[in-house]
Design a protein around this ligand. Sequence first.
Ligand code: 1BO
Length: 276
Amino acid sequence: MIKSINDSAVLHNGVKMPWLGLGVWQVKNGQEVINAVKWAIEAGYRSIDTAAIYGNEEGVGKGIRESGVPREELFITTKLWNGNQGYESALKAFEKSRKLLGLEYIDLYLIHWPVKGKYVESWKALIKLYNDGLVRAIGVSNFHIHHLEDVIRETGFVPMVNQVELHPWLSQKPLIEYCRANKIQVEAYSPLMRGHIKEIPLLAEIGQKYGKTAAQVVLRWDLQNEIVVIPKSVKQHRIRENADIFDFELSAEDMKKIDDLNRNHRFLPDPDNINF
Ligand code: 1BO
């Protein structure tokens, strides 16, 4: 059972990755992201998830430094944007992200989306960064099973993480099974359905039994499914609320009720049909 904000998933190379992190997609660079990062670290988070396309790596770096928590206690993720995919351009983009963040190394570097014809070459660049010791773990995001099969077949190197859209309306069970079988840690983005959890009264009803909110119920459901989760918020009380999920356990019956909400609904595009 995951009992503390300090508990971590262990990736297939032995690196520990906190089960809970702060996501900063659509958080403004500057004071907004600096505050969010500092409040999260103050609340006990040790993992922050950004990306080149979010445009806030610089602010994330400032927030980390201003938090006063030693760098080695933190787990920082960033991602390679689609327009920079390919071998040489991925290496350059990584260097730019690392400089903007002001970090000597990154904990986890991900390919943001499987850009057709490019993601295998990008993956080879990430393997080089890993072998050069510039990044502690490498992975992918928005990869279907067939994309994962491609990079594994072409390189023999299994991604440590696959970060995907995952929430009660998109439970991703077949992908989770494949990842488990291949020791790929699944990580959920948009876990709170971009605000749409309000439309599911069952979540608040379940929460009442445990003295928790609908959001806390969903985040706990992720943890009990051994999914790393990165809820986004820029509000200090929400950042704290999202971290208050380590003192209760959903029953098997409630877990099943949430599983049964799945309707394979995406708020973001299907990774097989991206045009960006
Ligand atoms: C376009 C960004 C999706 C979440 O990382």
